[in-house]
Design a protein around this ligand. Structure first.
Ligand SMILES: NC(=O)c1ccc[n+]([C@@H]2O[C@H](COP(=O)([O-])OP(=O)(O)OC[C@H]3O[C@@H](n4cnc5c(N)ncnc54)[C@H](OP(=O)(O)O)[C@@H]3O)[C@@H](O)[C@H]2O)c1
Length: 537
């Protein structure tokens, strides 16, 4: 450029340059790289397309001016994303499809995009060199491409794939998704699997890779004659050596040569060292196992034996009676055996989950939240908090088991719901709901009972008040209100009665805990409701 001539506005716009370093496609898998692809966020690309896009971006970084062929007129978003992301790195973009209609539809949908795309109708498998002259499309140049993309999951015959590959320049790239890995593996003689080392493998990938782990003889038989699985954290030279050893090993096996050579089905690279797995006897554990069978001959004279005396592991420290253990779906025979074994070793709390529920024959709700306040001070949240354990926790099982006839459906209300405690409007409402539900269930001919408990001593919320005499104060207050205390034994009697009443023709409610007091009559004595139980002084 002549420095005397002032730069044009266009040149101004391209004044600045920068050097960018980007990962080459050969230096690692593209999975996980797609987050860097800026346009992915705006375009709703599927995961598969993101991988293709990321791969294409890496290729275009190294090889500018790519001649790209996309086979299949689908995924407009991918075409748009490719143009956004690769931009000037695209020399030409050709889309081929076997269907006139698909090509026309795609053209119409992309009319406003103003992209320089060549469309063609061609059945590649039939003839890669000549275009299908019977179609209405104009022939296009199918010279060699740098990059071919098969955005739809590939499930065609290998001949089609071969035809597509023949449109690639030597060294060119084919980015494709494969439906059913077995289709590809079924045609492969040798396979080298390179995966991240086990300890760094993300969980989802671990499942995907182990699914077709080639070292399993069954998989090898189905898929390919030989394979090596290399778990590596980026040591390409060892990966390449393993592949060469695999090829060499297979060739020598076929030519009958008697060399000391193994074709490893699985190797691992850790810290630059190649590790080979072999199953060995675990002597330490075998000794421990066998020590359980050791007979002690009491009369034999003591004589020091060579070697170490092995003791079995003492399992007494393994578990704690105060901790809870979750056994997921361990209700099968082995699971039950494990649970029994744990109980023998002191476990007292086991949660066993299962997909198959044993029949439920009884249900009791004793949930409660206490929150005392006078009605004018009651907030919406405080009311909800108190209603939830009693209303939702009773209504939901009632609904879930609506066509089920269990032995009992037991709800726990409180004596205060009967007497009406001035500062317990919220819990009274919750308890009265339970009473209503029990009656409703009986009308539906389903078992139900509700107990209006008086103050229970020795356990429950009163016991928990505090250890510095708070319970005693509460108990004497309750006594003063004419409530009769319920013992644990009394509680159990109430349960039996309630279960029986729940299926009888009687009213499903049992009330327990009203006494009579001499002297100052408590507030509830004024109610006619109790006129039959109040004795005259
Ligand atoms: N104790 C008495 O003197 C007395 C008197 C009259 C009536 N009652 C009735 O007897 C029943 C039991 O009383 P309690 O003294 O044993 O009470 P508690 O010791 O306070 O126990 C209440 C239980 O309810 C659970 N809970 C609270 N909110 C829940 C929710 N949203 N969902 C599920 N569970 C929830 C709590 O479980 P978390 O561990 O999850 O918090 C707690 O285990 C109550 O229905 C009460 O109305 C008791």
């Amino acid at each position: 450029m002549n420095p005397m001539i002032p730069p044009t506005e266009k040149q101004d716009r391209l004044l600045y340059l920068k050097t960018a370093w980007q990962q080459d496609i050969l230096s690692g898998v593209v999975f996980g790289q797609h987050e860097n692809t800026s346009c992915c966020k705006d375009l709703r690309l599927r995961q598969v397309q993101k991988y293709i896009l990321t791969g294409a971006r890496q290729i275009s970084h190294r090889y500018a001016k790519l001649r790209i062929l996309q086979v299949g007129a689908s995924s407009i978003v991918l075409v748009q994303a490719m143009h956004q992301e690769l931009g000037k790195a695209i020399d030409s973009y050709t889309i081929l499809d076997t269907s006139d209609r698909a090509i026309e539809d795609m053209k119409q949908e992309m009319i406003s995009d103003d992209l320089n795309i060549r469309f063609g109708v061609n059945k590649i498998a039939r003839d890669v060199r000549t275009l299908d002259k019977t179609t209405s499309q104009r022939p296009i140049d199918l010279g060699l491409f740098d990059l071919i993309i098969l955005p739809k999951a590939y499930k065609e015959q290998p001949t089609t794939l071969n035809a597509i590959r023949s449109l690639l320049k030597p060294g060119g790239f084919l980015l494709m998704m494969v439906t059913g890995l077995h289709l590809l593996l079924g045609k492969s003689k040798l396979v080298l699997w390179v995966t991240p080392a086990q300890e760094t493998k993300p969980r989802a990938k671990a499942v995907r890779l182990d699914l077709c782990e080639p070292s399993k003889p069954k998989a090898r038989k189905r898929f390919c004659s030989s394979s090596t699985w290399i778990r590596s954290n980026g040591n390409e030279s060892l990966a390449a050596k393993s592949f060469l050893r695999l090829i060499g090993g297979v060739l020598m096996r076929d030519d009958g040569s008697m060399r000391l050579w193994t074709v490893e089905s699985e190797v691992s690279v850790q810290g630059g060292r190649l590790l080979i797995p072999r199953v060995l006897f675990d002597e330490k554990r075998n000794d421990r196992l066998n020590s359980l069978r050791r007979r002690v001959k009491a009369r034999a004279p003591f004589k020091k034996q060579p070697g170490n005396l092995v003791r079995p592991i003492d399992p007494s420290e393994l578990f704690s009676p105060s901790k809870t253990y979750i056994l997921v779906d361990l209700n099968g025979h082995i699971g039950q055996s494990i649970a029994r074994w744990m109980v023998k070793r002191g476990v007292r709390h086991i949660v066993i989950t299962s997909r198959t529920m044993p029949p439920i024959e009884g249900l009791a709700n004793v949930a409660m939240v206490q929150s005392n306040c006078f009605f004018p001070d009651l907030t919406y949240d405080a009311l909800q908090e108190v209603l939830m354990p009693k209303v939702d926790r009773s209504a939901i099982p009632d609904e879930v088991f609506s066509d089920h006839d269990p032995d009992f459906f037991l709800l726990s209300s409180s004596i205060s719901a009967v007497t009406g405690q001035p500062f317990q409007a919220n819990s009274d409402a919750a308890n009265r709901f339970m009473t209503g539900l029990a009656f409703q269930r009986r009308v539906r001919n389903l078992p139900a009972s509700v107990i209006d408990f008086g103050p229970v001593i020795g356990l429950g919320f009163i016991q928990k008040i505090d250890s510095s005499g708070g319970s005693d104060v509460m108990i004497s207050t309750l006594r003063g209100l004419g409530y009769m205390l319920v013992s644990e034994r009394g509680l159990h009697h109430l349960l039996i009665e309630a279960i029986f009443i729940g299926k009888s023709n009687e009213s499903p409610g049992i009330t327990a805990g009203l006494g009579t007091v001499s002297g100052n009559a408590p507030f509830w004595h004024k109610s006619l409701l109790f006129s039959h139980i109040i004795q005259k002084p």
